[in-house]
Design a protein around this ligand. Sequence first.
Ligand SMILES: NC(=O)c1ccc[n+]([C@@H]2O[C@H](COP(=O)([O-])OP(=O)(O)OC[C@H]3O[C@@H](n4cnc5c(N)ncnc54)[C@H](O)[C@@H]3O)[C@@H](O)[C@H]2O)c1
Length: 260
Amino acid sequence: MAQRMVVVTGGASGIGRAAVRLVGAAGVPVAVLDTDAAAARAAAEEAVAAGAPDAAGLRCDVTDEGSVQGAVDAARERFGAPPTGLVAAAGVDIGGPAHLLPVADWRRVLEVNLTGAYLAARCVVAALLDSGAGGSLVLCSSPAASVAFAAGGTGAYAASKGGVSALVRALAVDYAAAGIRVNAIVPGPTETALMWASVPEAERGAMRATLCAEVPMGRLADPEEPARAALWLLGPDSSYVTGSHLVCDGGVLAKGSVSV
Ligand SMILES: NC(=O)c1ccc[n+]([C@@H]2O[C@H](COP(=O)([O-])OP(=O)(O)OC[C@H]3O[C@@H](n4cnc5c(N)ncnc54)[C@H](O)[C@@H]3O)[C@@H](O)[C@H]2O)c1
């Protein structure tokens, strides 16, 4: 992978953590940014075990501009190079019908998923422009950006991911001339903590069965599957790809929702 250093937000868990391992296995230094500092450090150790020349786990809250800048600066100092890649995977899901969802929860979802992706992208773009290097940014959207889920209650999450998809297209056009590519992955239901965050424990078995019955491929994704899509977007094989969405959803978006 033609990257000098990759930043992964939300790299302590799930899709981000799988991306951290894959970037490491590709022989590239990786900075793991997450609110969970201990898990971020553990993820960095996994990256080194997978082949990364160096990796750092750094505490970072993506909703806080100073925290993002501080973590990226710390990574830059440690690795002696600015980031040339970003996987913005920090995310939360707080579900609920719009008239019942506390406004604070709406704001939280927008802050982490959309503003957090913007702040990370902003910081890495600034470092790239400063160094004159090209780079590749990968943001995490969702099928929820395009369709409403039958289970309902996804207004805040869907709005945040619709925002991420629009942001990807805008940034891609703004920075294409500077050699900075910006794309999204669109993971389908993936076996991570976030997947089950809004589902009460007692309902998870039934929901898993429903999902497996309805996803055309008949199963949830392993976190490494969307992470591999992110890795392709980071690397040189996607050199003419920008402003696009790489759907990795087991066929969810391809399927019409009416069973006739
Ligand atoms: N799992 C799915 O089915 C699925 C589907 C589509 C899109 N996505 C998206 O993929 C991305 C990764 O999700 P995941 O399923 O791996 O989730 P996950 O819960 O396994 O990991 C998310 C990580 O983000 C971190 N995080 C949360 N708030 C943060 C903050 N303010 N600052 C820094 N880090 C923070 C968490 O600590 C956690 O380590 C998210 O953007 C999510 O919306 C997930």
